[in-house]
Design a protein. Structure first.
Length: 450
C-alpha cells in the first residue's frame, strides 16, 4: 500500500512539473495552463507588469534623478533604502521570472507584442535606473546646439547648463559617439530647451530603436525558421530592454534597432536590399561604433553561391559599400568631420567588466596582484577578443553556403533542412526545437491569447 501511494504521488508530481515546465516533454502550452484556476498567460503578463511597476518605484526613490545622486554602492544609506532595495529586488525577480517562464510557450505574436509593451509603460514614466548616461547625452547635445564640436569641446569646457547632472567621469571627456547620435542629441537639446524635455525626447529616440527591432525581428525569425512569437518574446520582453534601453534611454537602443533592421533588409539578398541593409548598419555605427562588428557577419549572411569566397566578395561588397556610403555621407554632411574616430579613445577611460574580454583582463590583473605583480592585461585580452571574433566569423558563424534553388518569389523550392541553422533554409516544421505541441484535438490552431 505504501509503495502504491508513493507511486501515485510521484506520478502526480511529474504531471504537475510537466504542466509548469515548458521544456519537458508533454508540457502544457501556456495558453491552456492554469494555476489555481487562473490562466498562466495572465499570471505571466501581470507578474511582469507588477515587477516593472516596482522597478519604477525604486527609480523614483533612488534612481538616477538630476537632484538625487545616490551611488549604487551606497544605496543602503539612502533615505528610503529599505523600500528601494525591496522594490528593486522583487521587481527584478518578477520581471525576470515571468520572462523566463514563458520562454518556450509564447501563445501568439500579438500576445508577445502586447505583453512586452505593457511592461515598458511604468518604466517610460519613471526616472532613469542605475545610469546617468542620458544626462551626458543631453550635455553633448547642448554643446553641439551651442555651435561647438563635441569631439573637440567637453561638457565642462562650455560649460553645459546641466553639467551637475553628468557623471564626473564624463564631464571632461569629448563625445565618444558617432555624428548621427550627436545630431540627434543636438536636436533634442534645441527642441527641448529644458533638461526634462530633452530627457523625454532622448527616451523617445530609444523607444524608436526598440520599435525598429520589434518590426524587424519577425523577418529574421522567418529566415532562421523559428517561431516569430518566441523570437519577439526573448528579445523584446527581456528585462534588459526595459531597464537598460528604455528606462536608461541608452543610445544602444537606437543602435540595436538599426542593426536588426539592417540585418532584416539584407535577408532578401537583392542588390538594393543589400545596399540598403548595409546603409542601416552604417547608421548604427554612426550611433555607436561597436556596431561595426556586425557588418562582416551581414556580409557573410548575404553571400550565396557555389563558390563561397567569390560569393562573399560579390554580395558582401554591396553590404560593405552601403555601410561605407552611410558613414562617409553622414560624417561629411554633419560638418563634424572624422573627429569622432579619434574621440573613440576616450571610451577607454572607463574600464567596465561587462565586456567579456575586459572582464578576463581585469581578472588576470587582480590575480597578479595577489602575487605582487602589476601589469595591464586588458589591452591584450581585448586584442585576443577581436581575434576570437574573427575566428567565430569564419568558423562558427558559417562559411558562405551554396545557393539554394528558389522559386520565382525567392523562397526555397526544396524542403527546408531540419538543422535549425539561421539561413534561408530554416526548419522543416517551422517550430522552435523542443517546443511543446498543442493538446490533442486542437488542430494546432487554438484561438490566440490576448
Amino acid at each position: 500500500m505504501a509503495d502504491t501511494a508513493m507511486r501515485r504521488r510521484a506520478i502526480g508530481i511529474a504531471a504537475l512539473v510537466r504542466a509548469i515546465r515548458p521544456g519537458m516533454p508533454g508540457g502544457v502550452p501556456l495558453r491552456y495552463a492554469t494555476i489555481a484556476g487562473v490562466p498562466q498567460v495572465r499570471l505571466v503578463r501581470y507578474a511582469g507588469l507588477a515587477g516593472a511597476a516596482l522597478l519604477s518605484v525604486a527609480a523614483y526613490l533612488g534612481g538616477a534623478r538630476p537632484q538625487l545622486q545616490v551611488p549604487p554602492v551606497r544605496v543602503w544609506n539612502a533615505e528610503h533604502a529599505p523600500v528601494i532595495l525591496i522594490s528593486w529586488l522583487i521587481g527584478t525577480a518578477l520581471m525576470t521570472g515571468a520572462w523566463w517562464a514563458a520562454r518556450d510557450r509564447v501563445p501568439s505574436t500579438r500576445w508577445a507584442y502586447v505583453t512586452a509593451g505593457l511592461w515598458l509603460l511604468p518604466l517610460l514614466v519613471a526616472p532613469a535606473l542605475e545610469s546617468r548616461d542620458v544626462y551626458s547625452y543631453a550635455c553633448q547635445g547642448d554643446v553641439y546646439a551651442a555651435g561647438h564640436n563635441p569631439y573637440d569641446v567637453s561638457a565642462a569646457d562650455l560649460p553645459c547648463q546641466w553639467l551637475d547632472t553628468v557623471s564626473p567621469v564624463w564631464r571632461d571627456t569629448p563625445a565618444p559617439y558617432g555624428p548621427l547620435f550627436v545630431l540627434i542629441a543636438g536636436a533634442a537639446a534645441t527642441v527641448g530647451g529644458s533638461l526634462s524635455v530633452t530627457i523625454v525626447l532622448l527616451r523617445m529616440v530609444a523607444l524608436v530603436g526598440v520599435g525598429l527591432a520589434a518590426v524587424s525581428l519577425p523577418v529574421l525569425a522567418k529566415r532562421c525558421g523559428v517561431p516569430e512569437s518566441r523570437a519577439l518574446w526573448l528579445a523584446l520582453a527581456c528585462p534588459l530592454v526595459g531597464v537598460h534601453l528604455v528606462s536608461g534611454a541608452h543610445n544602444d537602443a537606437l543602435m540595436i534597432g538599426l542593426m536588426v533592421a539592417g540585418l532584416a533588409l539584407v535577408s532578401p539578398r537583392t542588390r538594393w536590399h543589400l545596399v540598403g541593409g548595409g546603409a542601416l548598419l552604417g547608421l548604427a555605427v554612426l550611433v555607436k561604433a561597436t556596431a561595426v562588428v556586425v557588418v562582416p557577419f551581414a556580409a557573410l549572411a548575404a553571400a550565396v553561391g557555389p563558390h563561397p569566397v567569390r560569393a562573399l566578395v560579390r554580395e558582401g561588397s554591396f553590404v560593405v559599400g552601403g555601410a561605407l556610403a552611410a558613414v562617409f555621407g553622414v560624417t561629411l554632411g554633419s560638418g563634424l568631420g572624422f573627429g569622432w574616430v579619434g574621440a573613440l579613445k576616450y571610451s577607454e577611460d572607463t574600464v567596465l567588466w561587462t565586456s567579456p574580454s575586459t572582464a578576463v583582463g581585469q581578472t588576470i590583473e587582480y590575480a597578479g596582484r595577489l602575487f605582487g605583480t602589476h601589469f595591464d592585461a586588458v589591452p591584450v585580452t581585448r586584442a585576443l577578443g577581436m581575434v576570437a571574433l574573427a575566428v567565430v566569423w569564419w568558423c562558427c558563424g558559417g562559411r558562405p553556403h551554396p545557393a539554394t534553388p528558389t522559386t520565382a518569389r525567392g523562397s526555397p523550392s526544396r524542403p527546408p533542412s531540419r538543422s535549425g541553422r539561421c539561413s534561408s533554409r530554416g526548419t522543416r516544421s517551422g517550430r522552435w526545437p523542443h517546443s511543446p505541441r498543442p493538446p490533442a484535438g486542437s488542430n494546432g490552431s487554438p484561438p490566440p491569447a490576448r
